[in-house]
Ligand binder design. Structure first.
Ligand code: CP
Ligand code: NVA
Length: 306
């Protein structure tokens, strides 16, 4: 049997996405009830981080150990992946010690190379291109809050970045309306947009007008204006993105009860105001918690333990 990786949301079929969401809810219930559920007993997870992280590290490490396994943290200065040692060498070395790899890398082709040479499953914990575990946690959170995923309008306001690419990949697997409101020149890549068009189950709108874009939104979602690796552009981007801040006026202009989401870390006062982060419609901390539950389900699924 071929080993399974989770590098993109589209690595899962529509059925597998629904199964993963149901499994996430089931495992979440077991952990909340402190049930004896240890599918990763005697298993180890190598976690490779080339970029900083709070949620990804803590949710994977805690999740894997709660499921009976041992997770090892390797920070940006430990391996020097792709610099001190070739990716394809690390892939095979770790395959000899561990049962699974989770990696957060800069270049997406480094992630695919790691998966290609590893004989154990690889989970993508973010690249410059995408962040599939985040969007699986996000859709789980929306599912829990709404009770269903029918007729959703998700509006992302900000930079057309790795988060947007994973939202688009999800739109190629389950149906919803996705709007990306971004400044000109900051649109998402064309590859994920083409995928949604080819799948033909969701509708996508890319607009530069926040006012019309957020109308009828069930969810307004944002992320930092300058991602990891772009922080030197932060000052310039702050001017370009000034009209794209998610504030109370924007949240109240949708004509609907609208949930607020953010993958975090948030830069309060830039892409989102403190008031919106703290509002009753903000579900950012449920989202953060669900990183662990969604990832647990993804790992159990690709390890073929359920
Ligand atoms: N959302 C997210 O991936 O957070 P970290 O960068 O802290 O892991
Ligand atoms: N777009 C952000 C997401 C962080 C979770 C970044 O890549 O820095």
């Amino acid at each position: 049997m071929m080993k399974r990786d989770f590098l993109h949301i589209t690595d899962f079929t529509t059925n597998e996405i629904w199964e993963t969401l149901d499994l996430a809810k089931e495992i979440k219930g077991k952990l909340k009830n402190r049930e004896d559920f240890k599918p990763f007993k005697d298993h180890s997870l190598a976690m490779i981080f080339a970029k900083p992280s709070a949620r990804t590290r803590v949710s994977f490490e805690t999740g894997f150990s709660r499921l009976g396994g041992h997770a090892l943290f390797l920070g940006p200065n430990d391996i020097g992946i792709g610099k001190r040692e070739a990716i394809k060498d690390i892939a095979r070395v770790f395959s000899g010690y561990n049962d699974m790899i989770m990696a957060r890398l800069f270049e997406h082709n480094h992630m695919t190379e790691l998966a290609k040479y590893a004989s154990i499953p690889v989970v993508n914990g973010l690249t410059d291109f995408n962040h599939p575990c985040q969007i699986m946690a996000d859709i789980l959170t929306i599912y829990e809050h709404r009770g269903h995923l029918d007729n959703m309008k998700i509006v992302y306001v900000g930079d057309g970045n790795n988060i947007v690419h994973s939202w688009l990949h999800l739109a190629a697997r389950i149906p919803f309306h996705f709007t990306c409101v971004c400044p000109e020149g900051f649109e998402p890549d064309s590859e994920p947009i083409k995928r949604v068009e080819a799948a033909g189950i969701s509708t996508v709108e890319i607009t530069h007008d926040p006012k019309s874009g957020v109308a009828g939104a069930d969810v307004i979602y944002t992320d930092v204006w300058a991602s990891m690796g772009q922080k030197e552009e932060a000052e310039e981007r702050e001017k370009i993105f000034a009209d794209f801040q998610v504030n109370s006026a924007m949240m109240n202009s949708t004509g609907k009860e609208t949930l607020f989401m953010h993958c975090l870390p948030a830069e309060r006062g830039r892409e989102v105001t403190d008031a919106v982060m703290e509002s009753t419609n903000s579900i950012v901390f449920d989202q953060a918690e669900n990183r662990m539950h969604a990832q647990n389900a993804i790992m159990v699924k690709i390890a073929r333990l359920q």
